[in-house]
Design a binder for this molecule. Sequence first.
Ligand code: SF4
Ligand code: SF4
Length: 75
Amino acid sequence: MAHDFEISLDFEACKGCGYCLEVCPGNVFDPGGVHNGKGYRPPVAARPGDCLGCQGCFMACPDFCLEVLRAPGKG
Ligand code: SF4
Ligand code: SF4
């Protein structure tokens, strides 16, 4: 499905705190099932089509793991 925003999550930098899941008004993230090199399980941006572009996850992440960019061609 086409969507307006692309969410990038730095898998290895994430420490699995879950703040991004808590703050997201679009319920974009699901808890992750795969451990990174530090032993944490980063969330997965499972529903990027529901992203509102609020930047809440970007601001909430203590480790600057998240980037939310407008998808190319969407103005
Ligand atoms: S920008 Fe807002 S709506 Fe989009 S994933 Fe982050 S918190 Fe959720
Ligand atoms: S807020 Fe950042 S460090 Fe915490 S789970 Fe989300 S991406 Fe990982």
